[in-house]
Design a protein around this ligand. Structure first.
Ligand code: CA
Length: 231
């Protein structure tokens, strides 16, 4: 997922940032509410992890303005405020989940997985499509039941393709999913990952649609008691 992390506490922010890196989520970390709102309104995020006590603008206000503007991006609130009133207020403003500090990073990652499952319309962490299966929590991939070792970015690329299995994704969409907000990306880096995935899995697992982008092998969807719902 592409995640916007909004947290002004350096120690906590860097812990969460490391956890997101570990869980193979492309993310950007900002420490100010106003900047967060501008980025969230602008950027193409799948999820926002939002602290409440922030310089610039309160997290509640960020959320309120986002929802007023019609944003449907999932929001998980991180807060030291443990009163039920705050929790209810956050959820009523349109937050999707709420985690009270201090929390275990494992719990945060589990909740992110739950939000990702909801977004993808699947019930378990294991997403299966035909011969292929990918586990959101263990970051493993199997083909015909055999685990195939994946590098981090290969996993991220495959997860993005599995998220939208019938769509053709442009190079830009894949770069955003794999590199997030990193600046200099080699122009052929997606091709390199696709090349390796074809070698590790099978040659037709990713189709190149000339001039448009890439698509997951449509044959994977045949004979499939399919967990991945099409949107
Ligand atoms: Ca704070």
């Amino acid at each position: 997922m592409r995640i916007l992390l909004v947290e002004d506490d350096e120690l906590l922010g860097s812990g969460v940032s490391d956890a997101l890196e570990f869980a193979r989520h492309a993310h950007e970390w900002v420490r100010d509410g106003k900047l967060a709102l501008a980025l969230a309104q602008d950027g193409d995020f799948d999820l926002i992890i939002l602290d409440l006590g922030l310089p610039g603008m309160d997290g509640f206000e960020v959320l309120r303005r986002l929802r007023e503007g019609g944003s449907q991006t999932a929001v998980l609130i991180l807060s030291a405020r443990d009163g039920a009133r705050d929790r209810v207020a956050g959820l009523n403003l349109g937050a999707d989940d709420y985690l009270i500090k201090p929390f275990e990073l494992d719990e945060l990652l589990a909740r992110l997985n739950a939000l990702e499952r909801r977004r993808m319309g699947v019930a378990s962490n294991r997403i299966s499509l035909g011969r292929l299966s990918l586990d959101l929590s263990t970051h493993t991939v199997s083909l015909d039941g055999q685990e195939v070792t994946m590098l981090r970015r290969e996993f991220m690329l495959l997860r993005k393709l599995l998220e939208l299995p019938s769509q053709i994704l442009s190079r830009g969409q894949l770069e955003a999913a794999v590199y997030g907000f990193e600046g200099d990306i080699e122009s052929n880096s997606i091709d390199v990952h696709v090349f390796h995935l074809r070698k590790k899995l099978y040659p037709e697992v990713i189709k190149t649609i000339r001039g448009v982008g890439y698509q997951l092998d449509p044959a994977l969807k045949d004979n499939q008691p399919n967990e991945v719902k099409q949107t």
